[in-house]
Design a protein around this ligand. Sequence first.
Ligand code: HEM
Length: 445
Amino acid sequence: MLPFEAIPLVEVPESDRKNPVAYLMRAAVERGPIFRRRTTRRLQSRYGPWQVYLIGPAANRFVLHSHRHLFSHERGWHAFFGGVWDENLLYLDHATHASHRQVLQPAFTQAAMASYLPALHRVIVSQTSKWGAPEQIETRGALRAIAFHAVAEALLGLGPPGAVAQLHAQRDRLCRNPAPFGKRAYWDHIQTERATLNAYLRDLLATRVDTQTNDVIDRMLVALHADPPLMTDAQFMGHLQILLEAGHTTTMDVATWVLGFLATHPHVQGRIRTEVDAAWATHGSLATAEALRGLPLLSRAIDEAGRLRSPVDTAPRGTLTEIEFAGYQIPPGTFVRLHLGASHRLPDVFAEPDRFDPDRFAPPREEEKRTPYGLVTFGGGPRICLGVTFAQTELRALTAHLLHHYRIEPVADETPSNVYNPGEYDDSLPRGLPLRFIPRHAIDT
Ligand code: HEM
């Protein structure tokens, strides 16, 4: 076994720092599935002196499945989020994690999804019905609000919409910390703003109209009040926080990109619209589980946007013990980045990996099935994304509704160049993503 010092060293060039995916993919092709990077002095208290990158299907299988017990989620995600959230499902390790996941999981099954659809549809219709006038919409900002309301109202049963909008604004105040990481002012900001967020959440919980029985909040309340309790009050609040956070930033990203790609690939958009219109004609609605299940072309386009612009591009971990991977030794306490986004660009896993090509998932190609752990947009193993079915349902419902009612076009001089050249990666979209929505016919409610 080679020592830690022998792990190839990378220094992401200044030009690639904002978005290192293409650089990391090239590094993995040239140097193999493991390399290390020195942490800048400013972030050493957060990540330690070194960060180890693991990239590719073998690394995905190792970290997410076969050797997952050697890694801590808590040490990875807590540092990654800069300590913003209370202890939550994403942070928990081993037996504690398993018992909490068991509490939440039944609210996320395929069967549970049908009960969320009416509220999900209400959110989508109310937030998009005016999109044709004016035609140009800053899609990313609009989808951010939709995704937050979808989790808060449809999954958690919180409301009314005005109060949910205030909750969202408080989330932004908490996350936009003006102080540099680690300074006293940084932690003071988190303490104050998180307490305010929790107070908002408690108010909304107190006035919640419980439309579904045994939903995720009901299940957590039973666990909280069990004797002995299965979770603490802080964990209850932390789970709520992470459902809202992980449940909206991610779907917002994929929704933005799928609309952006469809706007710049009108032929694909046309094929999917034909499929969506046929489902509408058969089911008389796009808001039922049956209608959404029968949309293979749309589902592949969503999967492809998720592959190319993976919203969770890093699964961070801390090593709990000495680990051997690919012949190298990684000491305990090392911050590891399993880079899902770079893994999705490997040319030996996906043909022409930088191209938006939903048909790669169709028979006979089925590229995602050729390499186990090749496509890991939602992670994998026992800790695969808790919200995967909710996210897929929401993304299908939203895009199907939009395609049925609008023709989507790019705004030539405004759309970021990365939408036109999928090889370039800049998912920070500083100017948002303006698109044109041209109404086809009146909105059904
Ligand atoms: C396109 C949308 C989404 C993507 C791409 C995504 C991706 C992921 C990934 C990659 C992980 C695993 C992280 C790791 O292994 O460290 C994860 C975990 C998780 N996700 Fe998602 N997610 C999405 C939507 C959602 C939604 C809608 C929710 C909730 C409403 C959610 C809640 C969670 C939670 C709670 C975990 C932690 C699960 C555990 O550790 O047991 N996610 N997600």
